[in-house]
Structure formats: structure tokens, C-alpha cells
Write a new protein. Structure first.
Length: 166
């Protein structure tokens, strides 16, 4: 996501262009995992979970989006092949919306008959499931790869699972 971090204009030349400094930021869901394996096969994972959203800027004169960021760092230990579940990034969001018939919904007093107002409360939580596998040789690597292919091929595309109403 391009973010304008600075805007400058010449004070001596009125015809000079406005110069913006742009910085690119990764947004969305970011997951960083750093594994360490000890001799007994215990896997220690350093996990960084980050969720960032673009919101409207209200505190700056620069016309650029603001990034709202939530993150959590965890260190967990798990045996090879066992699964862990990490959660905790919860977001509550109020959403207000008005829908209506164009023009008719704007008529004073009677416009309310032609529009609907919604006040929604949405709660989301990011849940991450991790199953580390320690691969000791080429045969194990091929087995893990084949199992992953088999599992991925069993996943139905979302369009096939959701049937349109009839």
C-alpha cells in the first residue's frame, strides 16, 4: 500500500510542483514464523501475527490513508507433528449504513419511508493453526510434500461449497 509520508512545496517558486515522499507498507494479514529445532525434535516457534487495515486519515493534512495495525508476538514449543492454535487478535467494529430509493429517500419527513438504517456490530478474531514437521531426510520430505498435495486437492473451491438460493 503506498503511503504519503511527507509533502513539500517550494516557498520561493509558486509554479514549482508539490513533492510527495511515498513509502510502501505491507497490509492485510502478515504471519512471520521463525522455527528452531533441538536434538530431541522439539520445535520452538517465534510467531509474529499482524493484521493491518486501511482507515481514513483524520489527523493529517496529507491526503493519504492511515494504517491501523494490531500485532502479537508469541514463543511456543511443540513436538514435531503436533498442532498448536494461536488466537488473540480480536477486533470489534461498529458499522452504520443507510440504503434507500434514490431521490425518494431524500424527501424531508417522508424520506424515512423509503430508506433503511442499519447499525451492525462485527467481531472478528484471527486464529492460526500451526503443525510443524521436522524433516530429517529426502524420503520424509517427499512424504510430507505428498501429504500436503493430497490435503490441498481435497479442499473444494468455495464456489462449489456455497450453493446459490433457488
Amino acid at each position: 500500500m503506498p503511503i504519503a509520508t511527507q509533502s513539500a512545496v517550494s516557498v520561493t517558486d509558486p509554479d514549482a510542483p508539490v513533492v510527495n515522499s511515498i513509502q510502501f507498507r505491507d497490509t492485510g494479514v502478515i504471519l512471520e514464523v521463525t522455527p528452531r529445532v533441538n536434538a530431541s525434535g522439539l520445535v520452538v516457534l517465534e510467531v509474529l501475527q499482524e493484521v493491518s487495515d486501511v482507515i481514513e486519515t483524520t489527523t493529517s493534512d496529507i491526503d493519504s490513508p492511515t494504517i491501523q495495525q494490531r500485532s502479537i508476538e508469541s514463543t511456543v514449543a511443540v513436538q514435531s507433528g503436533d498442532s498448536i492454535a494461536l488466537g488473540g487478535l480480536i477486533r470489534d467494529r461498529n458499522e452504520d449504513g443507510v440504503t434507500g430509493v434514490p431521490l425518494l429517500s431524500e424527501i424531508p419527513v417522508f424520506g424515512n419511508l423509503f430508506k433503511t438504517t442499519e447499525d451492525l456490530m462485527r467481531r472478528t478474531e484471527l486464529l492460526v493453526l500451526i503443525t510443524p514437521r521436522v524433516v530429517r531426510n529426502r524420503r520424509e520430505a517427499l512424504d510430507v510434500t505428498e501429504e500436503l498435495r493430497r490435503r490441498l486437492s481435497a479442499i473444494e473451491p468455495l464456489e462449489q461449497r456455497i450453493k446459490p438460493p433457488q
